[in-house]
Design a protein around this ligand. Structure first.
Ligand SMILES: NC(=O)c1ccc[n+]([C@@H]2O[C@H](COP(=O)([O-])OP(=O)(O)OC[C@H]3O[C@@H](n4cnc5c(N)ncnc54)[C@H](O)[C@@H]3O)[C@@H](O)[C@H]2O)c1
Ligand SMILES: [Zn+2]
Length: 368
């Protein structure tokens, strides 16, 4: 993986955690090692991680509650003070063990504690393994919005072991798969075909199916971000489905959807919008919708006016000065950003996406 701070390795695959101690030793000497995690994650995977790292008791474990509402500066201060009390210095290493919340918070702590200490990510959710631990974005939310304070801070190493996903709740796992589908739609047509073939096994968390799924997804994200680390253009394609998703999340006050569920709706809407603008062929639209459907039922589309949804889209931080920007896919495996999308087209999509999808899933249910 390339970053402006130099290359770093991503060790991914079943059993990767068994190599953790060796890989970390290869990074150099550290005065102390500090784990940042959450009580929930640490209960689920702490023993495996400790074994993999061959940690002695001298290593400090700093826990904070990893709910999204605790992804704020208060948690950064809490962890930084805990590091201080444990004697962490410039030569210390922070290992983030958890999902995207732990990774984003611990990453920002690593970026700012004593103006920067070494960081290793050990992601424990599917989203964190294929997405948030790759690319160097760290940060926390403000009451004014998500991820508004942060830093680009690449880790020295990422260790992604699918074995750590065994205890992940099903809803989180399926939500992560929405981002996996997104990667395939925007950048890898053959990966998309493979997902169509293997989805049933993947949903059962079959070891063999996950073995290739995770490294290949990491490669897609790594390829996109290393060409555009600071998000000037190309990296935007990672937001496929996200203009709609963020609007759905915002109008439902982040309570109705797990993020991946909103992305699942958003990808279907983006596929329709692509078709509406004569970009995405009908066959690709139906393949995207069928694959997303296989993730299982989604919380329903909110009962809210199109103008409220449009307003939410216009105030998305990715939309520059109120202009509607969308990432669309001219064919599976490719995507780019389109601005100046006619409002009428978006309105039509907002109108018929919930109707078509609900009708399609009812039909699907009946034919079973
Ligand atoms: N930095 C980036 O580039 C980037 C990219 C995508 C998302 N994110 C951020 O990531 C966050 C979402 O991350 P997420 O989807 O990984 O969810 P999460 O970190 O919120 O974790 C979801 C839940 O699963 C639990 N959990 C985590 N691992 C577990 C395990 N192995 N077993 C049992 N329970 C486990 C957590 O305690 C939590 O309750 C958001 O804040 C988002 O903004 C950042
Ligand atoms: Zn996302």
């Amino acid at each position: 993986m390339q970053s402006s701070a130099g290359p770093y390795s991503v060790v991914a695959g079943a059993g990767a955690i068994g190599y953790a101690a060796r890989e970390i030793a290869a990074l150099g000497r550290f005065s102390s090692v500090h784990i940042v995690s959450s009580p929930k994650v640490w209960r689920a995977v702490g023993k495996d991680v400790q074994r993999g790292l061959r940690l002695s008791n001298r290593n400090a474990v700093h826990l904070f509650n990893d709910v999204e509402s605790a992804k704020h500066l208060g948690s950064v201060e809490h962890i930084a003070r805990s590091l201080c009390r444990a004697g962490a210095d410039r030569k210390s290493l922070i290992i983030a063990v958890g999902g995207g919340v732990v990774g984003d918070v611990a990453g920002f702590v690593a970026a700012s504690y004593l103006r920067g200490v070494a960081l290793v990510h050990m992601p424990t959710t599917l989203v964190a393994q294929v997405d948030s631990s790759i690319g160097g974005k760290t940060g926390v939310n403000l009451p004014e919005g998500k991820n508004l304070v942060g830093a680009f801070y690449p880790p020295r190493l990422v260790i992604a072991d699918p074995e750590l996903l065994r205890t992940l709740p099903d809803r989180e796992f399926r939500g992560g798969l929405a981002e996996v589908i997104k990667h395939a739609v925007i950048a890898d047509a053959s990966k998309f075909a493979l997902l169509e073939k293997d989805m049933d096994k993947i949903l059962l968390r079959d070891r063999d199916a996950l073995r290739s799924l995770i490294p290949r997804n990491i490669q897609i994200k790594a390829r996109v971000v290393s060409r555009d680390e600071r998000e000037s253009g190309l990296r935007e394609i990672l937001n496929f489905g996200h203009t709609f998703a963020h609007a759905l999340e915002s109008v439902t006050h982040y309570r109705r959807y797990q993020h991946g569920e909103a992305v699942a709706w958003g990808m279907m809407a983006a596929a329709f919008l692509g078709h509406e603008l004569r970009l995405t062929p009908a066959d690709d639209v139906s393949r995207i919708i069928s694959l997303v459907h296989r993730l299982g039922p989604l919380p329903p589309w909110p009962n809210i006016s199109n103008s409220a949804l449009l307003n939410a889209m216009r105030s998305d931080k990715k939309s520059r000065s109120g202009i509607l920007r969308f990432v669309l896919s001219p064919r599976i495996g490719h995507a780019r950003t389109y601005d100046k999308v006619p409002v009428r087209a978006v309105e039509r999509v907002l109108h018929f996406t919930p109707r078509l999808i609900t009708a399609a899933s009812d039909g699907h249910g009946k034919s079973q």
